[in-house]
Design a protein around this ligand. Sequence first.
Ligand code: 4AD
Length: 570
Amino acid sequence: MADTLPVDSLSIAAVVAHVDEINGSDETGNGSVESPYQSPSKAIQAHGETVKILVWKAAAAEDPAGYSPISGAALKKAVKKAAEADKKAKKQADQAAEQAAKDKAAADDRERVLEAAKKIVLKEDPSLPPATKIKIRNGVENRGKRVKVSGWVHRLRVQGKSMAFIILRDGSGFLQCVLTDTLCQTYDALTLNLESTVTIYGVINELPAGKTAPDNHELTVDYWECIGKAPGGDDAISNKVTEASDPAVKYDLRHLVLREEKASGILKVRSQVMKAFRDHFDNRGFCEVTPPAMVQTSVEGGSTLFELNYYNEKAYLTQSSQLYLETCLPSLGDVYCLAESFRAEKSHTRRHLSEYTHCEAEMAFITFDDLLVQLEDMVCDVIDRVLAHKPSADIVYKLNPDFKKPERPFMRMDYTAAIKYLEDNNIKKEDGTFYKVGEDIPEAPERAMTDKINRPIFLCRFPAEIKAFYMKRCPENRDLTESVDVLMPGVGEIVGGSMRISDLEELMAAYKREGLDPSPYYWFTEQRKYGTSEHGGFGLGVERFIAWLLNLHTVRDACLYPRFTGRAFP
Ligand code: 4AD
């Protein structure tokens, strides 16, 4: 070590170490002028007590580089500190060696146990009755019979050498399975990790009072097989993603996140919500249609269109199927669709997606009031249907314990009254001024108002200039439209709807006002030519509806694989 150190003019024989308490480093320093230590004790630890320590002092005279010999008191302190550090390092090294020996013994031990376990081979007892293959959701009606269930190891708890509990998941439910004796001593049992797939045989029995498990029963296992092993260690699912993981990691690993209870619960409710919308419309006599996703006209303005090259022609992903639904009224009567809509959104908020599921409906020969009553009926009926499905109701109340069914009639509030409400309640723009009639009410103030009122609101009659070209004007005030946004506490707008222009001349004027070329809209315009009617409809964002129902922080969690700015994978 000594010959690696620089020898300076103050001492020829002794080893010299430089110390700079501000710019030196005990980790990377070597005691040279170029790379000093940070502490004198480190110099002693590295080179022994005979080392000659030079300490950096800005105004030092002894050394041209600004170093001067350490004081006696500082040296004494450094020697003591170095001795303590050496002692601590030795203790740590001893402990590490002890731990390594223990780890090795444990590893050897485990190796021996695993080798022995390989010799234990399970065999299905041929004297037992044949097992019936069931889904976990059918467990209750299959209690007492010998069954066979396949699924993924959702939770695993090993109790000593002779008992292990698997919570099995098959998508239809969760089932506690109890393995005893040799069943939990095989090689597969000892190396089983979460998310492995298994097929388990045995009898489901009701639990005695005081014990808890899903569906209040457990499967006493008599035979099982491992179908596909999942990794442990760093690759174990529990090490790859957790509740606390960064949201970007969670979206990258959405395929694994979906396996957890909350994410899968949301998707199960989503499935019932979609079914409830279909059942509602079916029950009210609506016909479902499937409009195209690739289109050549805009509905909600050009700024949020996703453009695509369609055989060298310009086309777009649809923003809304409304115009197509309108063309169905003369042939199919009241119509609806549950289809994907696409928005190249500039808004990066927790309620905006680039692709969302849009529930849209259209009705002919109705008034604006009929439209509002139909909307109320739909929201309340869909909620009733979802809550009538016990497994969904359980998830709703688990995720949103305070959920209350909305009461009819919903509050009706005109846009102009909302502008006044914002002023009366001191809800301002970012620049500190109040919103004025004619201005769009953005997400934040809309939310503040909705959360304060804390019940569903029909926000009605927006000015024509801030709404889409197709909206019908109010007969009593031509500056306003017969339009409605449905606002829900926690989310804000979940529905946008309106009566539509029924007069051909008025529609032509609307195209002109919006700067739209009417020619690609000929098929829409001709609805006003071949037997027009008063008509109206709406679009509901399914993810926003679910976010409201389940009290989700973001609509992203209401999707299977959410699409939003910067994310179109996995
Ligand atoms: O208010 P919007 O833009 O209305 C329409 O598209 C009409 N053509 C619908 C119709 O009358 N048939 O959108 C309707 C609803 C919104 O209230 C919102 O719930 C949802 O669609 N929505 C979005 N949801 C998630 N992400 C986005 N980027 C959304 N944009 C609209």
